[in-house]
Design a binder for this molecule. Structure first.
Ligand code: UD1
Length: 370
């Protein structure tokens, strides 16, 4: 039996691990177990996703919580080292680019436990982003690298990663989207919020570069003020952003924007429903750039760069940064353009997890070595 530990920590991990962990469970050759580091711990940032994605309760919950990068990463490492020594997994699987991803990879590789990184090779080439550091470091010490888009293959090859470790499998986040889109139709979130299909903008914002600086955050909301005069904006707010709006004294100004609806973070199904029916998206998230590309919903990304260039090349994404004029120009373009042309990137077809598990099957049967 092959013991495989999958690690989740933060919100964007859950929908990536869910389809892989389920397929592992369905295969006799594997003994999968699920570890939640507790990087995200609020009911609405974590638990609801397990429930809606029908994920089993984690086998282990480490409860590390928030902290500086060093404290959070170190706390995950200290706890995981104990777990790995006790459980002795044959492999670990990590996804994405959050601090828990890097922490788990570091601990495993030093214990000589092979690491599989799902969503490998993405590069923004912006090392001021903590996620870019997490991506580069994790890839450098991974033994199997599962890639979502062509740029990922190129980046890994340029970094000297050998071909046999790299597998172009598609996008597990889209697996979850494909699986749950129909179920999401049963959500009555639109009625609850009185949102009209096709007539509202949906916004998310949480990157430190956007929300930890008062001038930048104020500038973004200057643009949002103009946008909400033309179309309702729904904004499920991330805890970090909520904290910073209060800290910077920007709350009173925002409360005056009658058509900006700030709501609690949404669960997976409600968010998918809101996204699929939106006129446009405003975001600084990584995953939403991909989900909007798959759905064909215009996406205005409040970042200067993206580690997911295929969403710009083939999809609906445009990068505008945080300058209010650039945001408003992009909004005007999207608002006046009603064409619905978009392409879905190769292998974003709902079967990425199967491709990943097939690679593990081949390894467990000795048909592949790494
Ligand atoms: C993390 C990831 C980011 C990902 C994002 C998705 C890193 C470096 N960043 O950023 O890549 O896009 O998750 O949400 O791993 N907080 C709560 N409740 C929670 C979680 C966080 O209140 O359940 C607050 C705390 O004040 C915390 C802050 O949010 O200090 C930031 O949380 P943290 O996990 O450090 O990073 P995120 O900004 O969520």
């Amino acid at each position: 039996m092959f013991k495989i530990a999958s690690i989740v920590g933060a919100r964007p991990n859950f929908m990536k691990v869910a389809p892989i962990h389920r397929l592992f469970k369905q295969t006799d050759a594997f003994e999968p177990f699920l570890i939640h580091t507790g990087q995200h711990y609020d009911e609405k940032m974590s638990k609801i996703f397990f429930h809606e994605l029908k994920m089993p309760e984690p086998d282990l919950y480490l409860g590390v919580g928030s902290g500086t990068h060093a404290k959070q990463t170190a706390a995950v490492m200290i706890e995981l080292e104990k777990v790995f020594l006790q459980e002795t997994p044959d492999w670990i699987v990590v996804v994405g680019d959050v601090n828990s991803t890097l922490a788990a990879s570091l601990v495993a590789s030093k214990l000589h436990i092979p690491v599989a990184h799902v969503e490998a090779g993405l590069r923004s080439f912006d090392r001021s982003m903590p996620e870019e550091i997490n991506r580069i470091m994790t890839d450098a010490i991974s033994d199997l690298l599962f890639v979502t888009e062509h740029s990922g293959m190129e980046n890994l090859k340029k970094e000297g990663i050998s071909d046999e470790k790299i597998h172009f499998v598609g996008n597990v986040m889209i697996d979850s989207l494909v699986e749950h889109l129909e179920k999401a139709k049963a959500s009555n979130i639109l009625q609850e919020l009185n949102a009209q299909p096709g007539e509202y903008a949906l916004m998310t914002l949480h990157r430190p570069s956007n929300v930890d600086n008062r001038t930048v955050l104020r500038g973004i909301f200057d643009a949002i003020d103009q946008i909400q005069k033309k179309c309702p904006v729904y904004f499920p707010i991330h805890p970090r952003t909520k904290k910073m709006l209060i800290q910077f004294g920007l709350e009173p100004r925002i409360r005056e924007m009658n058509n900006l609806h700030i709501i609690d973070p949404l669960g997976y199904l409600s968010f998918m429903r809101m996204m699929s029916q939106a006129r446009l998206l405003l975001t600084d998230s990584g995953g939403i750039q991909e989900e909007s590309t798959f759905l064909g919903i215009p996406c205005i990304t409040l970042r200067e760069n993206t580690e997911r260039p295929i969403t710009v090349d083939m999809g609906t994404n445009q990068l505008v940064g945080s300058d209010p004029t650039a945001i408003l120009d992009a909004f005007a373009r999207v608002w006046s353009d009603k064409t619905d042309e978009h392409q879905v990137p190769p292998l974003w077809d709902g079967h990425a997890a199967k491709r990943i598990v097939d690679v593990f099957k081949a390894i467990s049967q000795g048909k592949r070595t790494i």
